[in-house]
Design a protein around this ligand. Sequence first.
Ligand SMILES: Nc1ncnc2c1ncn2[C@@H]1O[C@H](COP(=O)(O)OP(=O)(O)OP(=O)(O)O)[C@@H](O)[C@H]1O
Length: 224
Amino acid sequence: MDITNFSYQLPDKRQLFQDLSISFVPGQINILLGVNGVGKSTLLDFIAGVSPNKQAAAFHDFPPMQQVAYQMQGVPFTGATTVLQTLQMMLELDDPSLSVTAADLPATLQPIAHTKFRHLSGGQRRLVMLEGVCHLQRQLYLFDEPESGLDVKVAAQVMHQICQLPAAGKTVILTTHQFENLPVDQTHIALLANQRCVFSGSPQELMALNQTTSLQAAYLQADM
Ligand SMILES: Nc1ncnc2c1ncn2[C@@H]1O[C@H](COP(=O)(O)OP(=O)(O)OP(=O)(O)O)[C@@H](O)[C@H]1O
């Protein structure tokens, strides 16, 4: 899955990408890194097809929109539905005959199965959305800062859940600013800076390039 020579100007005429070429590895966890505002979420929007002016010629071998599950930042549900009703609605997107009960939910969600969304904390809302997105049957999963706002223990669980997807042949692209829980095996890193992709490779290659054994240190030393 490649993007080649992709340029994009924001509505206020600032150039966000200039001849951006970037690759993602199918069947792996692809981690999109870069400082705040570099364009990670915008790029996910283009990959997901939610940005209307996608320059199709620059995007190669991505699955069609119907095969993409996208967990955007924020939570798109109103407060009136319960956790179970929300997950049921998401399951029905794939197959109206599917149903979910409280007993099917992971232990973290069972106690809040019948709680309305408006009574959940921000972190709990994110957990529910993650659960729903992971159960959709898609080829490509996009997660925009899936650990943001979560307690360290829950964040580790979230990353563990996401890391199960490649074992089922799925491809993941995620953005993050946290390094603690990032998997280093079967992982591809793409680093955005200065309107381009300035590094593409494994975590080991990024660490070797910057002569460190810490991924976070390698990121901090990278040329951005
Ligand atoms: N609708 C919009 N109109 C104008 N500018 C926008 C719009 N959406 C995003 N931007 C700008 O695009 C730039 C990239 O934003 P984006 O959210 O893609 O960055 P990011 O790398 O995901 O940042 P963060 O790590 O903070 O989430 C930012 O400068 C932002 O202000």
